[in-house]
Design a protein around this ligand. Structure first.
Ligand code: HEM
Length: 381
């Protein structure tokens, strides 16, 4: 669909669609914009499937399945339920909380590099490397492979939802397969070891399932968290006084991060595939229809959020859908929240103010799904 002005700012287009065409069909594509429809679709996995590999040409599907099993993101129950239960073991609140000291250490090591400089690119210095270093540490991957990881992650995100980068999948599958072999010989307390050990009702994860999940963590966890942090800096800069307020009242940081997630969502949209007849509002849908689910538009829905187009740093009720909704609700949400909180805490300890000096749509990531910045020059004082 032609999206006027989308690359500049999508928010005006969402607002217009919510008011004029909240459920909009173009051939087999159905676009949805209201909070109530977005949550209804995401809550009904029986009608709205996530199994996108089912659409692939059989030969490509076969090749891909040999490398890695479909990840939980693109599976429906009952397979989704079984796998999610297994991998959830590695993402318990206690497990995530135990990463805090390491995340703080990584954040400070990154900030030390730009210490004393009054201007720098905060994406390059902090928001881009932080999530890759954290996930590498959690998975048990050596730091020296970080650049390779980031490249893989960028490649995966580029094709997210639209196709498959076979070369990247192959390289990553080989890499993780080697790592699994190493760990099988000497289990440790990293995530790969945890996944090898994980068991529910006597069921273990297969090698292909562990590889599929590790690839998903890179694809789903890195750019999203980078974007959340850069969106936070841009949003605070647009609202002078925000940074100072957070410095004086650090307990407000988690609330402010939730509002950034709502106001400038790192993942703008997701998709579903209709597998049985159903309805969205008054619109009939049938097998073969694609649903484009605009999370960002739902997050700005005036029927749900008072003054929805305003950034309110201490917003009280905030049931945003930036992490999705229903059975696929983001498994990494506690980790993303933790990384964002620690990063903001350390920034507010070091600086009196941080302000984006130049914010341009040109510097945004080139994607219709993700919202964030590839580079962001800041002035730090
Ligand atoms: C799923 C957003 C960070 C792992 C999702 C979904 C969204 C999302 C919207 C649901 C997609 C759908 O229903 O189609 C975000 C945002 C993040 C973030 C905005 C950062 C601010 C992370 C991190 C990790 C992660 C750090 C892990 C390291 C996952 C996984 C799923 C998922 C495994 C699939 C869950 C399932 O299908 O059951 N995320 N994510 N995410 N996310 Fe995140």
């Amino acid at each position: 669909m032609e999206i006027p002005g989308y690359r500049e700012e999508p928010f005006e287009w969402y607002r217009k669609m919510r008011s004029e065409n909240p459920v909009y069909r173009e051939d087999n594509n159905v676009y949805i914009f209201k909070y109530r429809d977005v949550t209804a679709v995401l809550d009904d996995y029986r009608t709205f499937s996530s199994q996108f590999r089912d659409l692939m040409a059989p030969e490509m599907r076969r090749q891909l399945d040999e490398l890695s099993s479909p990840s939980i993101l693109i599976l429906d129950p009952p397979k989704h339920t079984k796998l999610r239960n297994l991998v959830s073991r590695a993402f318990t609140p206690m497990k995530i909380a135990s990463y805090e000291p390491e995340i703080r250490k990584i954040t400070n090591a990154l900030l030390d590099v730009v210490d004393g400089r009054s201007t720098f690119d905060i994406v390059k210095a902090l928001t881009y490397p932080l999530p890759v270093l954290v996930i590498s540490k959690i998975l048990g991957v050596p730091d020296r492979d970080m650049e390779k990881f980031k490249e893989w992650s960028d490649n995966l995100v580029r094709v997210l939802g639209f196709g498959v980068d076979m070369d990247t999948e192959r390289e990553m599958a080989q890499y993780f397969s080697g790592l699994i072999d190493e760990r099988k010989h000497s289990l440790s307390d990293d995530l790969i070891s945890l996944l090898i050990r994980a068991e529910v009702d006597g069921e273990h994860l297969t090698r292909q399932e562990i590889i599929g999940f590790s690839i998903l963590l890179l694809a789903a966890g890195n750019e999203t968290t980078t974007n959340l942090l850069s969106n936070a800096i841009v949003t605070f800069s647009e609202h002078p006084g925000s940074f100072e307020r957070l410095r004086e009242e650090r307990s407000l940081i988690p609330t402010a991060i939730e509002e950034v997630l709502r106001y400038r969502s790192p993942v703008q949209s997701t998709r579903r595939l209709v597998k049985r007849e159903g309805r969205i509002g008054d619109m009939k849908v049938e097998p073969g229809d694609f649903i484009f689910v605009y999370l960002q538009s739902a997050n700005r829905d005036e029927d749900v959020f008072p003054n929805s187009e305003e950034f309110i740093i201490d917003r009280k009720e905030n049931r945003h859908v930036a992490f999705g909704e229903g059975i696929h609700f983001c498994l990494g949400a506690p980790l993303a929240r933790l990384e964002a909180r620690v990063a903001m805490e350390e920034l507010t300890k070091r600086y009196g103010d941080i302000r984006a000096v130049h914010v341009s749509p040109e510097d945004r990531v080139d994607s219709f799904i993700m919202y964030g910045y590839r580079r962001l020059e800041v002035q730090a004082s």
